[in-house]
Design a protein around this ligand. Structure first.
Ligand code: BG6
Length: 508
């Protein structure tokens, strides 16, 4: 029996079908699943949007998305045609009741097994409640796992709005039917964090405050905000990246071992971490959080414009395009170990890395050596783009006498796994169809993450940053980010794939 015949039929209703996310992420992922035989034999994708498009033009638009963004490159005609047969379009405004009368009847297909219906909200967030309210007219949806709803971030704008959205959703669906996407959780290397930590006995004894000096999580992006100015200018780096992606990475590093690999066990352990994060008082925000905004600069030898000159951005914008935080997890494992998080746009390169910096050796027996060459051990989880794991250790350099040199023990995905990783969206879509919510955000996780950053958001919105722009496009953020770690007598570690001698994995 092939994989697709084992899956229940599905109809995916894609709200926001004419938007960027559908063309860039959702459709290419579905197309790849189709090619891999990971969609059920019977399925349909029903796009919904306000744009006046024909089914043909929508298909054409989706094909362009696949050609441009699919990990497999441009589609082949025959394969595309087989997939395109499953694509349909309904043009409607989102508050039109008859639309929902029609959508909730989509299950009456006459297929031997009635399909599951997935409502996928790939729309701007201001439309979420309009759609949810309309679906709320159909009380039969609540609790029936054949109906699922997928919500993209941003999930709320702050704690208050996230709670309100959760409340509304839970009046219409039950938690088990709700899939809140954080696409980082679908990345192979992010899933590997659990395999690495809990599939190997050697890390546990040293994975704590006794051995680890601090943790750094860097997610730097080379791109600016492109055509997303309208959204981004009201969001900023803290909401766009830290509240979700970086906080999730932190949880995976800091969480306790689950006893079983089940969705709720893992989510419980992660939410425990969030609850243990030391609250930042508003008065302490400057000591724990730094914001930056890029100004004019240079990227790859080309002049790059300032954030405030980007399309749809306020010329006096107070929005941060860079954020760095210092967080503490107040529990037995992590007491006193800082977690430094940073993310930004228009930085020197695209890299996501987690570094666990171990404590230095307690005593140097090599007294005659210049201690400058000693680097405490460092474990680096290279999330992307050069996926792999690196453990930096000291070794004796061959030759007379005792000379030490840092060397890396590492593995790179491209060397050990001779197959392309699925895109995060592919993994997540399969999990939605299989009804496995483990890689999705539960209501309490989202709210706990907002609780951590809410005080920072408040202070930043109450105080205009007079120094903006405070880093040039093409730099690693503002000098204040250096001070954040320097005040603890530490420095930001250069991501390992940026080191001149090219540490770790490198695909270039
Ligand atoms: C999204 C953010 O969630 O993640 C974007 O809204 C960001 O601003 C993107 O560019 C980064 O994702 P990835 O997978 O490219 O690291």
């Amino acid at each position: 029996m092939n994989k697709s015949s084992q899956m229940e039929p599905v109809i995916i209703v894609l709200f926001g079908a004419s938007g960027d996310l559908s063309a860039r992420k959702v459709i290419p992922a579905l197309y790849n699943l189709h090619l891999d035989g990971l969609l059920p034999q019977q399925y349909a994708i029903v796009g919904v949007a306000r744009s006046s498009l024909t089914e043909e033009t929508l298909r054409e638009r989706f094909r362009q998305g696949v050609d441009q963004y699919s990990r497999r490159g441009p589609a082949k005609d025959q394969e595309w045609d087989a997939f395109a047969e499953h694509l349909h379009y309904i043009q409607s405004s989102y508050d039109e009741p008859t639309l929902y009368d029609r959508l909730t009847k989509l299950g009456d297909t006459g297929w031997e097994t009635p399909p599951n219906i997935v409502f996928y909200l790939a729309t701007p967030p201001n439309l979420f409640t309009i759609v949810i309210d309309q679906l709320g007219r159909f009380s039969e949806l609540q609790g029936d796992i054949r109906y699922r709803i997928v919500i993209e971030k941003p999930f709320g704008h702050d704690l208050h709005s996230a709670k309100a959205l959760n409340q509304r959703l839970l009046q219409v669906f039950e938690e088990k039917q709700i899939y809140r996407i954080d696409h980082y959780l679908g990345k192979e290397t992010v899933q590997n964090i659990l395999a690495f930590r809990f599939g190997n006995a050697m890390w546990e004894p040293i994975w704590n405050r006794n051995f680890i000096d601090h943790v750094q999580i860097t997610v730097s992006e080379k791109i600016g905000i492109g055509r997303r100015g309208r959204y981004y200018d009201s969001a900023g780096a803290l909401r766009d990246m830290i509240q979700n992606h970086l906080m999730q990475l932190l949880c995976l590093i800091a969480m306790e071992a689950p006893t079983e690999f089940t969705a709720d066990q893992i989510r419980n352990k992660k939410v425990d971490v969030m609850h243990a994060i030391r609250a930042i008082n508003k008065a302490d925000v400057p000591a724990f959080a730094v914001r930056g905004q890029y100004g004019q600069g240079w990227m790859d030898g080309q002049p790059a414009q300032a954030y405030r000159c980007e399309k749809d951005v306020d010329i006096n914008s107070n929005t941060e395009t860079f954020a760095a935080l210092k967080l503490f997890v107040d529990n037995w494992r992590w007491q006193g170990v800082p977690f430094y998080l940073r993310t930004g746009k228009c930085m020197p390169g695209r890299v996501s890395e987690i570094s666990l910096q171990f404590r230095p050796v307690p005593h140097h027996p090599f007294a005659h050596l210049n201690t400058q060459v000693f680097q405490p051990n460092r474990l680096v989880l290279q999330i992307e783009p050069n996926e792999g794991v690196v453990l930096r250790t000291q070794a004796k350099e061959p030759g007379m006498g005792m000379k030490l040199k840092p060397v890396d023990m590492s593995y790179c995905y491209q060397d050990v796994f001779h197959q392309a990783s699925p895109d995060a969206y592919e993994t997540l879509l399969v999990d939605i169809m299989r009804n496995d919510p483990g890689l999705f955000m539960r209501a309490d996780q989202v709210e706990a993450a907002w609780s951590v950053i809410d005080p920072i958001l408040e202070v930043w919105s109450e105080n205009t940053e007079l120094n903006f722009p405070n880093y040039q496009a093409g730099q690693w953020g503002p000098p204040e980010a250096e001070s954040l770690v320097a005040q603890d007598r530490r420095t930001w570690l250069l991501p390992i794939s940026f080191e001149p001698k090219r540490g770790g994995c490198s695909v270039e």
